[in-house]
Write a protein that binds this ligand. Structure first.
Ligand SMILES: [Zn+2]
Length: 461
């Protein structure tokens, strides 16, 4: 039985596998699924969510995020002055220690609040599915996601490295004292316990942290487990020149060669970033069907340009992620689009239509979910309605261009996940946003104070 109908002036539907803009269509939702996208008007009495000037799009598939960090990192990495090599310094001496601190010091309630804050930020920014990496012990992630109504793939970190310190070259050195295999076993157990397949809201992936914090034997074991379980593997890859220099020094291999050696190539692998790989190495990723999660904003703030179009031009199925900078998907699309134009010196790279496709279908395909990222019969009813009746969005010639180049998260009038409205007219429907913000702010302040005492963060003046 049809339970809901969503309609706007425009609908981003599909035809022959491509996205196509339809006018005056209705999206019929039956339980968690889309039953039809059609011109046929609903019968009288049927529940219709109608936005007169609306654009209905698939919800965004966020291919790389750390929602627990969203609030914890607020304002910390921005505008930072550090001596080079500062990107690895930032990651390994501030960001990772802060998340490790959060994993250790936050109470269950505090962790819940910080997690919820990041998820609300994601939902209100247009993300309806997120692939998110966090630490074992933070499994509350799935409970909060279920409560708020966010679709997730959780991939807890697996690492060989137990702790790090700065080496003489300013790049971190690790003690490989951790039993990475024990963490992998926990991830497998988590998969058995919490993965709901494609019917539910929660899936589990295998998430070795990165090529420099995991030994190749562990990475290969991770890949084998992902293959056995039939789930995705995701990891940070080719983030900095220092990481690649280390692979060269330690194993005598370039990025793609090492990826092959460590089992990181293939259709169930999503590599976050990959921006320091050469064009030839990117071709290897493309040839093996390996996916890339492009998070341009996270690097742009550090003065590093990883534009979407560079990966797409290499033939890689490239999705988009927000990482932990902020969870606004529109902002992410616009940044990586502008960086793409800047990188190639031409305006037709990183177009609005390409970016929306990357943020929906490409992301879904990377997750092996042909039922996500598209508005068509049989797909999951994960969708957004943008209200285009705004001074910055009128008049409308191409609504997709308007939302990517002129829009923002505040233009999203409806977020629906699994057939259920979860945000309506800017209001979160399934939890108390104000109370979560207050609790999360107290929790973040607690972590920042401990970090200052331990000189991970400078003392606040
Ligand atoms: Zn990341």
């Amino acid at each position: 039985m049809t339970t809901r109908v969503v309609s706007g002036k425009y609908t981003l539907g599909t035809r022959d596998g491509a996205q196509v803009l339809l006018q005056d269509h209705y999206v019929y939702v039956d339980g968690p699924n889309i039953e039809a996208v059609t011109r046929d008007a609903p019968a009288p009495g049927q529940e219709v969510i109608r936005c007169e000037h609306g654009l209905v799009t698939p919800g965004f598939v966020n291919l790389h995020a750390h929602c627990i960090r969203g609030g914890l990192f607020r304002g910390i990495p921005d505008d930072l002055e550090m001596d080079p090599p500062w990107v690895p310094k930032l990651v390994y001496t501030i960001l990772l220690p802060l998340t490790a601190l959060a994993a250790k010091e936050l109470s269950a309630e505090e962790l819940r609040a910080v997690t919820a804050l990041g998820m609300i930020d994601l939902l209100k920014g247009g993300t309806t599915t997120v692939l998110d990496m966090w630490h074992h012990g933070q499994e509350v992630f799935f409970d909060v996601a279920r409560q708020i109504g966010l679709r997730t793939v959780g991939a807890p970190f697996i690492m060989s490295a137990s702790n790090s310190r700065l080496g003489p070259d300013g790049y971190p050195m690790w003690d490989f004292g951790n039993d990475g295999l024990a963490q992998l076993a926990k991830s497998i157990a988590l998969f058995e316990a919490r993965d709901q397949g494609t019917d539910g809201l929660a899936q589990v992936g295998i998430g070795p942290h990165a090529t420099d914090t995991c030994l190749p034997e562990l990475l290969r074991e991770c890949r084998k487990s992902a293959d056995d379980l039939g789930c995705i593997l995701t990891t940070h890859f080719a983030q900095t020149p220092e990481e690649l220099a280390l692979l060269r020094r330690r194993y005598g291999m370039g990025a793609a060669e090492y990826a092959r050696h460590a089992g990181l190539l293939g259709r169930n692998v999503i590599l976050a970033h990959a921006g320091c790989a050469t064009d030839a190495e990117l071709k290897v990723l493309a040839d093996t069907g390996t996916h890339v999660a492009n998070c341009a904003l996270s690097f742009a703030r550090e003065g590093v340009n990883f534009p979407y179009a560079r990966f797409a031009e290499a033939g890689i199925n490239t999705g988009l992620g927000t990482d932990s900078h902020g969870m606004d998907f529109i902002g992410e699309m616009r940044t990586t689009g502008l960086l793409s134009k800047n990188y190639f010196g031409r305006a037709h790279f990183g177009t609005a239509h390409q970016l929306v496709r990357a943020g929906t279908m490409n992301g879904a395909d990377a997750l092996g979910r042909p039922d996500l990222g598209r508005l068509e019969a049989g797909a999951k009813a994960d969708l957004l309605v943008f209200d285009l009746f705004k001074p910055h969005l009128q008049p409308v010639r191409d609504p997709i261009k308007n939302i990517v180049w002129k829009g923002h998260a505040g233009d999203i009038a409806l977020v629906m996940v699994h057939g259920e409205p979860v945000v309506r007219d800017g209001v979160l429907l399934k939890a108390n946003e104000a109370s979560i913000m207050r609790q999360a702010a107290i929790a973040a302040q607690k972590i920042w104070s401990i970090a200052e005492q331990r000189q991970i963060l400078p003392a606040q003046r």
